[in-house]
Write a protein that binds this ligand. Structure first.
Ligand SMILES: NC(=O)c1ccc[n+]([C@@H]2O[C@H](COP(=O)([O-])OP(=O)(O)OC[C@H]3O[C@@H](n4cnc5c(N)ncnc54)[C@H](OP(=O)(O)O)[C@@H]3O)[C@@H](O)[C@H]2O)c1
Length: 310
């Protein structure tokens, strides 16, 4: 798989990134548990390539520890791989202070078995006010210090609400930005963020092209979008997309993944996975031929979500 620059970080990444939120075992979000053995089998397959970009977080339950075990077995992060993580409050706390960010980073380094982080994101900053996050003693100040100390190479911000994310970009402190569930076949409310990031030379990373599962399993198997029940009109719209895909013999997931991959301002698309076979399936979906006629059917159905559905 070819690589491309991750904005101005100096890193090169594949257009698809392995998301590890399900792999940490997160039943309240995905509806199933993932054993350590299954996660390790998945990670061993991931480390064989050709997808060389991995996303994790301090709070994806057991994900970082499992990644650390797989990296240890492999003798470290293979050359060319990029691993990004995120700073979080502890699971039993809402402390998102600068001191907590330092602890979060040290926990991540220890679990992953690394001595520095290539990219560290401020995770879900909607959990505190912009003023709290950017004020003295807050998480943003700590992240900048960690970068100045050489513990972290690049800074990012990873969250949901687009207006808030635009405010973070205005700081001109971040080299990368993660948005999730807001540039998909269902919802494209991240478009202003994609534009702004592009103008600033910030790498835009798009998470959850399947909306957390609906656009790969189908709306009648997985009626949640972005981890919560979707509105009936959204389900109907996705059913219409599914029918259009079936008429062309194309999996809905191929269209959902390629909808993100074909946006040239997206540096990488993060697909969550917790099974070894997902790597080959994802590559097949990414390469599935999609006729222009199908895009002609899908794009108007998708466009309803330009102002957002969540
Ligand atoms: N705030 C943030 O920073 C933020 C928020 C959301 C997401 N993210 C990142 O973005 C990643 C992607 O988001 P997501 O994982 O929530 O949602 P997603 O990528 O839209 O969907 C993941 C779901 O799709 C399933 N899946 C993937 N490929 C499949 C295939 N070929 N066949 C059948 N099922 C398939 C996975 O199942 P299996 O588990 O069975 O493989 C999982 O249940 C996350 O993992 C995380 O790394 C970040």
């Amino acid at each position: 798989m070819e690589t491309r620059p991750l904005g101005r970080t100096g890193l090169s990444v594949t257009p698809v990134c392995v998301g590890t939120s399900p792999l940490g075992s997160f039943p309240s979000q995905y509806g199933y548990e993932v054993s350590t053995e299954q996660a390790l089998a998945t990670l061993r397959r991931v480390l064989e390539g050709p997808i060389t970009f991995i996303d994790t977080s301090n709070n994806y339950f057991d994900a970082e520890r499992r990644i650390g075990l797989a990296l240890k077995e492999a003798g470290g992060l293979p050359p060319g791989f990029v691993l990004q993580t995120k700073a979080d409050p502890a699971h039993d706390s809402d402390d998102f202070s600068g001191a907590r960010v330092r602890d979060s980073v040290h926990e991540s380094l220890e679990r992953l078995g690394l001595d520095r982080l290539q990219v560290l994101h401020l995770h879900d900053p909607e959990r505190l006010t912009f003023e709290e996050a950017t004020g003295p003693g807050g998480p943003v100040e700590a992240m900048v210090q960690l970068r100045d100390e050489g513990v972290v190479e690049n800074l990012g911000v990873a969250g949901g609400p687009i207006d808030l994310m635009l405010r973070y970009l205005e700081l001109d402190l971040f080299q990368a930005i993660i948005s999730h569930n807001r540039y998909t076949l269902v919802d494209q409310s991240a478009l202003p963020l994609i534009e702004d990031a592009d103008e600033r030379g910030v790498a835009f990373i798009n998470g959850a092209p399947y909306g957390g599962g609906m656009l790969v399993r189908g709306p009648d198997v997985e009626p949640n979008y972005c981890y919560q029940p979707a509105r009936p009109e959204t389900l109907d719209r996705v059913r219409a997309m599914l029918r259009a895909c079936e008429a062309h013999g194309v999996p809905l997931a191929a269209a959902a993944l390629q909808f993100s991959l074909r946006e040239p301002r997206i540096a990488s698309t993060m697909v969550g996975m917790s099974r070894p076979e997902r790597i080959d399936q994802t590559l097949e979906l990414a390469r599935w031929p999609i006729p222009d006629d199908l895009w002609d059917d899908l794009v108007p159905l998708a466009a309803v979500g330009r102002t957002g559905v969540i």
